[in-house]
Ligand binder design. Structure first.
Ligand SMILES: [Zn+2]
Ligand SMILES: [Zn+2]
Length: 215
């Protein structure tokens, strides 16, 4: 395996030990690091500042991380670029067209594509020794719905071990949600009482699978 494949392999292995979608876990960690790096080291990086300025700043989700950022000066320098552009546009009574996307979203999409293709290409025999990717991956909570769906966009052929694992998981969640809805009907209180504690709040599991936990 090439060096970056090793890095991805171990990042994924670690993320699979945590609850929720492993790709969401990786993205949250890496985007934090990305924003940190951008603000801390690259505030003087012309390319990043231009990218950021052209996009009109971060999207709502990523802009939120600036609120609690430790380096106030970096936030001020970046934010002022955006504010000044808007002020100029307001004066002209015409907003400029923005062609670039939030740079943190661009980075998130890059990571998503990289890891989804990496997971799909995992070969059972590649590692030789130790645990292989499908082994630890199928012990995790699996990909959230959005990330699994994204796989269809990036990957030509989703391996059977993965589609079996993911789709069985989603189907069993669907069954539990169906039962939850049925038993929530008027007059079914007795049936509802027979549900396990987890099944009584299965809607929370569904909400987390639908959205992922991604930043
Ligand atoms: Zn996810
Ligand atoms: Zn964003």
């Amino acid at each position: 395996m090439a060096a970056d494949r090793h890095v991805n392999f171990f990042a994924l292995q670690k993320a699979c030990e945590k609850p929720e979608c492993p790709l969401c876990t990786i993205i949250n960690e890496r985007i934090d690091r990305y924003i940190d790096g951008m603000l801390f080291e690259h505030i003087s990086d012309r390319t990043f500042r231009a990218q950021y300025r052209e996009a009109g700043g971060f999207c709502n989700t990523h802009a939120e991380t600036l609120l609690s950022y430790r380096d106030g000066l970096a936030v001020a320098i970046l934010g002022r670029d955006t504010l000044e552009d808007y002020l100029a546009d307001f004066k002209k009574k015409k907003l400029r067209k923005r062609k670039s996307m939030c740079p943190a979203c661009v980075e998130r999409m890059r990571i998503e594509k990289e890891f989804l293709t990496f997971i799909a290409e995992a070969d059972k025999t590649e590692e030789g020794e130790g645990e292989n990717l499908p082994d630890f991956f199928t012990k995790s909570d699996g990909l959230c719905l959005q990330h699994y769906a994204m796989m269809f966009k990036y990957v030509k052929r989703i391996p059977k071990w993965l589609s079996d694992f993911q789709e069985t998981k989603f189907a069993s969640l669907n069954e539990r949600v169906k039962r939850f809805i049925e038993f929530s009907a008027w007059g079914r209180q007795q049936d509802f009482a027979t549900l396990s504690a987890q099944d009584k709040i299965v809607w929370k599991e569904l909400a987390s699978v639908l959205r992922g936990q991604v930043k």
